[in-house]
Design a protein around this ligand. Structure first.
Ligand code: C5P
Length: 242
């Protein structure tokens, strides 16, 4: 296949120019980082697994009417996506206390939250992705009020649906991070789900044992990281090709 022009390289993925206008190729690397790049490593096979897991979840979300940037998987490490204007926000949805909320508010990890809680972070590596409020987002113009309403509604529907999918395979969806983009079709714009949904950006705990099946195994040096990602893929019924 002809070499494609690289447009952007992130910590875990590379974006290449796509075969048609308005498309991009998203390549999944095995590189892992934590603490905004403070800790770096390689999780062998992670890119292949995340490509498959994200494909599976994006397709299932599409089936229930949640718009996404995903078009189709191209091969083991690449997927074709629609080119969107990424909104510089990370939307975190939490069902159970873990990670930064546990630390910041002194809530023991594993405590069920009174309801699902949404948080917004401003995507800016130099500032360590600070948490921001709706006031900041609309005042600084990172997203309009309507965009934010759409993102919030899509995030909550995605959470309800994914909680059900994971509960069905014995996994508790503790929290996860979503990114959104603006998709332009002529003069029309709609907000769609972008980036990826994988154990890199979800906390997934075994429902019975609370064993971590996600990137916290890497962040906290718990070992057996690739095996955890494989277990998630296996339970979803989508192990990669040999
Ligand atoms: O670290 P924290 O508890 O705020 O993370 C909440 C959720 O968002 C976790 O599932 C984590 O994997 C995800 N996250 C992410 N990318 C970031 C920050 C958090 O995917 N930059």
């Amino acid at each position: 296949m002809a070499r494609r022009r690289q447009l952007y390289e992130g910590k875990a993925k590379i974006l290449f120019e796509g075969p048609e206008p308005g498309t991009l190729v998203q390549y999944f690397k095995d590189d892992a980082t934590a603490g905004n790049g403070a800790k770096k490593g390689i999780i062998t096979g992670k890119g292949v697994l995340n490509n498959r897991i994200s494909e599976h979840l994006m397709l299932r979300l599409h089936d229930i009417g949640i718009p996404t940037h995903f078009i189709r998987r191209l091969n083991m490490r690449e997927q074709l996506i629609r080119e969107v204007e990424i909104i510089p926000l990370e939307v975190v949805i939490r069902n159970v206390a873990a990670g930064s909320i546990a630390k910041r508010l002194g809530i023991p990890e594993g405590t069920r939250l009174p309801r699902s809680i949404l948080e917004y972070y401003y995507k800016n590596d130099a500032l360590n992705d600070p948490m921001v409020s709706e006031e900041h987002i609309t005042a600084f113009g990172w997203a309009a009020t309507q965009d934010l309403d759409d993102m919030t509604a899509l995030a909550l529907r995605t959470n309800d649906f994914l909680m059900g999918i994971f509960a069905g395979i014995g996994i508790q969806l503790v929290d996860f991070k979503l990114e959104f983009g603006r998709l332009w079709e002529g003069e029309e714009m709609r907000i769609v789900l972008a980036d990826e949904i994988s154990p890199d950006n979800c906390r997934l705990w075994d429902a019975k044992t609370s064993e971590r099946l996600d990137k916290d195994r890497f962040r906290r040096d718990l070992g057996r990281v690739e095996e955890a990602y494989q277990e998630v893929a296996r339970r979803l019924g989508i192990l990669p090709e040999a």
